[in-house]
Write a protein that binds this ligand. Structure first.
Ligand code: E4P
Length: 225
């Protein structure tokens, strides 16, 4: 499963890239609004840092299909190859996804709350569909189960589309979907840190250092004479 960082703060992106095997960065207008500068500058800085081979997702903001297509052209001009344009999975969005697919511009059907939306976005030509796990949970449904249903639909179709599971509140939800074979997930830095933020793990690592120090009086192999 590919793992993306759902954040636009460059310092956080740099920190996660240093420690974890991540595949790129996803953004949306709300995420970009948390960095107080022109969103084009933020996106460009992220692209420059991650390089041209990793994937960046940026969302079209216009509500009508022509406007979405125009936003998509601007996004791709700005960020170059390996850019995926997120498009809301609503009727104007499907119209735009069909057009962008004809033009060879990769898209992600986003704002997915139901398998029906995912089906239409995939059929329109989206390369990814992004169901919002936590937001579905907050509506009283089971977000992880909805993502599994969408995965089943894609597995039983010939659409060239994969799930980008999104909107997580904890790391276990991400792992449950990795186990199910979901192609991609995007999570906030705190959720990615949560994969290994565990006192038992920290304690085990420290025990090894303590035992080595008791034996040798040193803290690392290279400290030995
Ligand atoms: C990704 O496509 C979504 O924009 C994002 O993950 C939504 O996350 P949120 O529900 O935490 O805002």
């Amino acid at each position: 499963m590919k793992l993306f960082i759902d954040d636009a703060h460059l310092d956080e992106i740099k920190r996660l890239y240093e420690y974890y095997p991540v595949d790129g960065v996803t953004t949306n207008p709300s995420i970009l609004s948390k960095v107080d500068q022109d969103p084009r500058k933020t996106l460009k800085e992220i692209r420059e840092f991650i390089g041209e081979d990793d994937i960046i997702f940026a969302q079209a903001v216009a509500l009508d299909a022509d406007g979405i297509v125009a936003d998509a052209h601007m996004i791709v001009d700005l960020l170059g190859k390996n850019t995926v344009v997120k498009v809301p999975s609503v009727p104007e969005g499907f119209k735009a996804i069909k057009q962008l697919t004809k033009e060879g511009i990769p898209t992600c059907g986003t704002v997915v709350y139901t398998p029906m939306q995912a089906y239409l976005a995939a059929k329109a030509g989206a390369s990814y569909v992004a169901p919002y796990v936590n937001r579905i949970d907050n509506m009283g449904y089971d977000g992880v189960e909805v993502v599994k249903e969408i995965q089943d639909i894609l597995d039983n179709s010939d659409f060239d589309c994969e799930v980008l599971a999104a909107s997580f509140k904890n790391s276990q939800q991400v792992m449950e979907l990795a186990q199910y074979g979901v192609g991609s997930a995007t999570a906030a830095p705190s959720v990615i840190d949560g994969f290994v933020k565990n006192m038992a793990i920290d304690g085990a690592v420290q025990d090894f250092v303590n035992d080595f120090e008791k034996l040798t009086g040193k803290k690392a192999m290279t400290d030995l004479d």
